[in-house]
Structure formats: C-alpha cells, structure tokens
Write a protein that binds this ligand. Structure first.
Ligand SMILES: [Zn+2]
Length: 282
C-alpha cells in the first residue's frame, strides 16, 4: 500500500510553520503527503501589511493571495495533494467573529469531510495540532478536534499531535536571543514533555521548510522564524516533536472505540523516543 501521511491544518502557512519538517522529510522519502487546510485564512495580514478590520484589508482578496502562497509553499515541501475545506478563518478571540467562522462549524460536520478524505487517501499517519493545548489559536484547536473526530469515524493506524516541549522552547529562547529578540520559556512544559513520543530530525530538509515559510511572505514579517538566517533557522526549527495518541492498539487494527483515542499514555524517555512516524507500519 502507498505510504501516505495526511496533515490537518487550520490556515495556509500552518503546514510550513508547524509541520514543515515532517512534510518535507517524508516527501523526500517518497511518501505521499496530503495536506488538508480547513480555512482560507481570510483574517491574516494583507500583502501590504494591512491588518484585519482596518481599511485596505479585504478578507476575500487576502484569502486569494494566501491560497497562492500555500500552493507555492506546498511545492517547496513536496506536498502531493492539497485539499481545501474552504471554511472561513475565525480570527483571534479578541476580534468580532465573522459569519460562517470555522469554529462555529460543528465538529461532526467538518469531521465527516475529513473522514471522507481519510477513506479516499488511506493514510497510515495523520498529523494535527495538540487538542489538549488550549493556549493556541481557536481555529487550530477546532481543526485538531475535527481531525480527532475524523480518526474516530475512519480509524487510522497512527494519529500524531504536534508538540512544543521544553527542548523546543529552550532552543527558541536561545536562538531568538542570538538575533536580539527576547522570548521566554512558557510554564507547564513538564506535562507536554511527559506526552512526547516521537522526535523527527528534519534538518536535512530544513531549507525546504524555510523556503516554504518564506513563500508565505504576507504573513511572516513579524514572526521570529521569518527573521532568522538559514543556520539559526535550522537550529531552531530543524527538529520536530510529536505526541502519538494511540501507539499500539490501532496499529494492530483493534482501535474501534472513540474513547481509545483519549486513553492516557505515558511517553517513553527521550532516548527511547520513536524517530520514524511509520515505525510499526508494514
Ligand atoms: Zn494558523
């Protein structure tokens, strides 16, 4: 069977900033890489920098521009198939929520569409955000819940959640400081570290991840990743950590109960972490 990885993301650019390393890594190994992007990113910055809800910001024009950037980024990463669900970007909680916002779409409704894509592409590996991390954009949380629900409808061998643990944050703080930017390690990382199962070294393709990120030129002006020179970028963003949600039962084909996806799981020590998301897949 074709080895396939399917990533579920909220906005154009998340595929690059969040999982660009594994998408490029597995594409380089000949794995079919499918990207599902839930929203059109209407509430990102306009190409000239205009912010949402200010004069000069047209959500429809921003969406068109960002979808073009997404296609360019996917070419850098080696994504083979891009599936756009076309929901409206919800924006951040401080803003007025637009009509038709993705967060108002029932999880079950969007999950049915993602489940249909899972049945079509038959991925062995699905990747999304950490649905247990409330401190992220509400569209990311919603996308993660949708992906989780889709995997309950159409079970896959392995579902991974992107993790930002202590090692990641310590790298970010150190490298940000080296270019004059102050960042702080957030609290609560012990719990994240406890759940990390998998570390993927994507430094050999980190130039593709960086090129993909820069393809989203309208969005990266204020981001640390957009400011880092190649060597610093590679050091900061070349290694990605993930949480495998159901490590063995599903691989054996026994995952049927929805609650099986929520069974607490104790992650292995760092030295014993998985280094390949396709471990255990025939
Ligand atoms: Zn996003």
């Amino acid at each position: 069977m074709t080895r396939t990885l399917l990533a579920v993301h909220a906005h154009p650019d998340d595929e690059s900033t969040s999982t660009g390393g594994i998408l490029a890594h597995y594409a380089s190994l000949g794995v079919r890489v499918v990207l599902v992007t839930c929203t059109n990113g209407e509430l990102g910055d306009a190409p000239d920098g205009a912010k949402p809800f200010t004069p000069g910001h047209s959500p429809a024009a921003v969406a068109r521009h960002r979808l073009g950037e997404l296609q360019a980024a996917c070419r850098h990463l080696g994504v083979t198939d891009v599936e756009l669900l076309g929901y409206h970007d919800s924006g951040i909680a401080a803003w007025e929520k637009p009509v038709g916002a993705f967060v108002d779409v029932p999880v079950a409704e969007a999950a049915d569409r993602v489940a249909a894509l899972i049945e079509h592409y038959e991925p062995q590996v699905v990747v999304t955000y950490d649905y247990e991390n409330p401190a992220q954009h509400r569209d990311h949380l919603h996308a993660a819940r949708v992906a989780q629900a889709a995997c309950e409808r159409a079970p896959v061998p392995k579902l991974y959640l992107k993790a930002h643990g202590r090692a990641y944050w310590e790298r970010i703080v150190r490298i940000a400081a080296s270019v004059g930017i102050h960042r702080e390690v957030p609290a609560g990382l012990d719990e994240v570290d406890r759940r990390i199962t998998t570390t993927i070294d994507a430094r050999h393709v980190v130039d593709r991840k960086r090129a993909a990120l820069h393809a989203h030129a309208s969005q990266i002006a204020s981001s640390l990743a957009g400011k880092l020179p190649p060597a610093e970028f590679a050091e900061a963003f070349g290694i990605e950590d993930y949480i495998l949600t159901h490590p063995t039962s599903a691989v054996k084909g026994t995952l049927t109960a929805p609650d099986a996806l929520r069974v607490p799981f104790t992650a292995p020590p760092t030295a014993e972490r998985e280094t390949d998301m396709f471990d255990g897949i025939d």
